[in-house]
Design a protein around this ligand. Structure first.
Ligand code: NAD
Length: 253
């Protein structure tokens, strides 16, 4: 557990702040049994070939990649995951009136399930709970498509146009949704305290939120088990466990 002095400092900064912006990554959900990508037990750390499944060019070109992706979606730990103390700490932060925006790279939907409001949560990489047609833009419930996969349709197609279906998440090589990423970047200019939690800060443009907030005059706090490239511009770096430390700095249970 981190020393009380650094926790007290960050907590005092949060108490004094008026517009806290939190940027979360996969690390906040590992204690909900959803592995991250690049941590010591990350999906890509253990199996570098899995990164191929996250590239839209391979997904659209190769039916075997799509079949493997659909198998992965069926088995994804998100379906049985529940929010942990880290997610609940950010709900407490919102209830205290401190949270300006909660920008998440996560696709697991756990911030909304924990109780943060949809007005505050910006899911910049989409959400696994929804499916989308890459041709006509149809969107629908992921579980309905997974029912077809379980019934033997290994590479399900859009019932409207026959196009390729995918989870409504942003893969490498895919454009971000302008309305969502623009709001996230704008909030980086507006915040007086930026808290980056459980992210390796290696995915851009989202990682730029940290230097943008710093340049705009905000305090920057990074909470991550491993070093990041922006630790040197942070006012505090907390390397402890998120589910243990985030409630201590946010005022959650
Ligand atoms: P990442 O895997 O690159 O980095 C996660 C970081 O969290 C690592 O540096 C790791 O050391 C740290 N970490 C893990 N568990 C921790 C804990 N309990 N306490 C403290 N630190 C911990 O993740 P990223 O930066 O979010 O980028 C990965 C991309 O993969 C994102 O774009 C995201 O969309 C996607 N992703 C999402 C999920 C999810 O929705 N839960 C899971 C895996 C990947």
């Amino acid at each position: 557990m981190l020393s009380s002095a650094i926790i007290e400092s960050v907590r005092a900064w949060i108490d004094a702040a008026r517009r806290v912006v939190v940027l979360t990554g996969a690390g906040i959900s590992t204690d909900s049994d959803i592995p991250d990508f690049r941590g010591p037990n990350g999906v890509w750390t253990r199996n570098p070939a899995a990164e191929r499944l996250s590239d839209i060019r391979h997904y659209t070109a190769d039916a075997e990649v799509r079949k493997a992706s659909w198998r992965g979606r069926i088995e994804h730990p998100v379906w049985s995951a529940t929010p942990n103390a880290g997610h609940l700490a950010l709900v407490a932060l919102e209830r205290r009136g401190k949270l300006h925006a909660l920008i998440t790279q996560n696709i697991d939907g756990l911030h909304l399930r924990a109780g943060n409001s949809c007005e505050r949560v910006l899911e910049v990489h989409g959400n696994l709970h929804q499916a989308i047609c890459l041709a006509c833009g149809w969107k629908g419930a992921m579980q309905a498509v997974l029912t077809r996969v379980r019934a033997g349709d290994e590479d399900p197609r859009c019932v409207t146009c026959g196009g390729i279906l995918k989870s409504d998440t942003i893969s490498f090589g895919q454009a971000l949704v302008p309305a969502v990423i623009d709001r996230a970047m704008q909030s980086a200019h507006e915040t007086d305290l930026l808290l980056a939690v459980g992210t390796s800060l290696r995915v851009f443009p989202v990682a730029n939120i940290v230097p943008i907030a710093k340049a705009a005059g905000a305090r920057v706090v990074i909470m991550n088990a491993e070093p990041t490239q922006f630790d040197d511009i942070a006012d505090a770096v907390l390397n402890g466990s998120i589910s243990a430390e985030l409630p201590r700095v946010c005022g959650g249970e």
